[in-house]
Write a protein that binds this ligand. Structure first.
Ligand code: GLN
Length: 263
């Protein structure tokens, strides 16, 4: 018995040193296996998303991520000859997971200077603006009316960044946007700041409870969604941008907008 255990342990040690040795001969950097991108493969693109952001990404009836972004990245995958595998995770983890758990991220993600320090972005594919979900009948005369309010936002989003800058605001963060809206309906927050399209989806979901105020009226700036990419991977960026351009030219992009966003 003891002998067997010893043999097993020896085999394990040998395997480990074989693997380590192999790693060393091909990669001279000091990365551990945990740091190394496990996803990179020539014909598979592992795509991170946060399926809590309809109509861009949500869980379909079959429990699988669906939505405009998912359809778009699958169409891009087809164009560039890569199989797309979707990984659903928290929005706040997406940017830092690129290059380790995932290859790229598509999640209604706004291009920001801060994110650009960590990742590159594809060409923009959709324009958005933050909106304010309020209890039905509420009207804010100006941005001043937001001061000192309890504001619900999705963690790590541009909605959170805007809310944090509002004087005296008490900001509550949620991993799922719908939880922020539920807290609005329960009276735990006074309003929710979130992108225009999901705001419309939630308004349709709770028609007697909430209204949506357009953020442009309160000085919120137009934002651009793009696919977040590994920093410096111009080859992948060029391929994805070329595919995006083709999908716009051949009508696929407009078809997906009609199917997922304007229906
Ligand atoms: N567009 C927002 C951002 O990039 C929200 C995205 C999201 O919640 N999926 O921060």
């Amino acid at each position: 018995m003891k002998k067997k255990l010893f043999a097993a342990a020896l085999a394990t040690i040998m395997t480990v040193s074989l693997v380590t040795g192999c790693g060393k001969s091909t990669d001279t950097s000091s990365q551990t296996s945990e740091d190394t991108n496990q996803t990179a493969s020539a014909d598979k693109l592992v795509v991170g998303t946060n399926a809590e952001f309809p109509p861009f990404e949500y869980l379909g009836d079959d429990g699988e991520p669906d939505g405009f972004d998912i359809a778009l990245i699958k169409a891009i995958g087809e164009k560039i000859g890569m199989e797309v595998e979707i990984q659903n995770m928290e929005f706040a983890s997406l940017v830092t997971s690129i290059g380790s758990k995932i290859d790229v991220a598509i999640a209604g993600m706004t291009v920001t200077d801060e994110r650009k320090e960590t990742v590159d972005f594809s060409d923009p594919y959709y324009e958005a603006v933050q909106c304010i979900i309020v209890p039905e009948g509420t009207v804010f005369a100006s941005a001043d009316d937001l001061k000192g309010l309890k504001i619900g936002v999705q963690l790590g989003t541009t909605g959170e960044f805007i809310a944090e800058d509002i004087e005296g605001a008490e900001v509550s963060t949620y991993n799922k946007a719908v939880d922020a809206v539920n807290d609005l309906n329960n009276g735990r927050v006074d309003c929710v700041i979130i992108d225009a399209n999901p705001a419309s989806v939630f308004e349709a979901q709770f028609p007697d409870k909430v209204d949506v105020l357009q953020g442009t009226a309160y000085g919120f700036e137009v934002e651009n969604y793009a696919i977040a990419l590994p920093k410096g991977d111009t080859e992948l960026a060029n391929k994805i941008n070329a595919a995006l351009k083709e999908l716009k030219e051949d009508g696929t992009y407009n078809k997906l907008v009609a199917q997922y966003i304007e229906n």
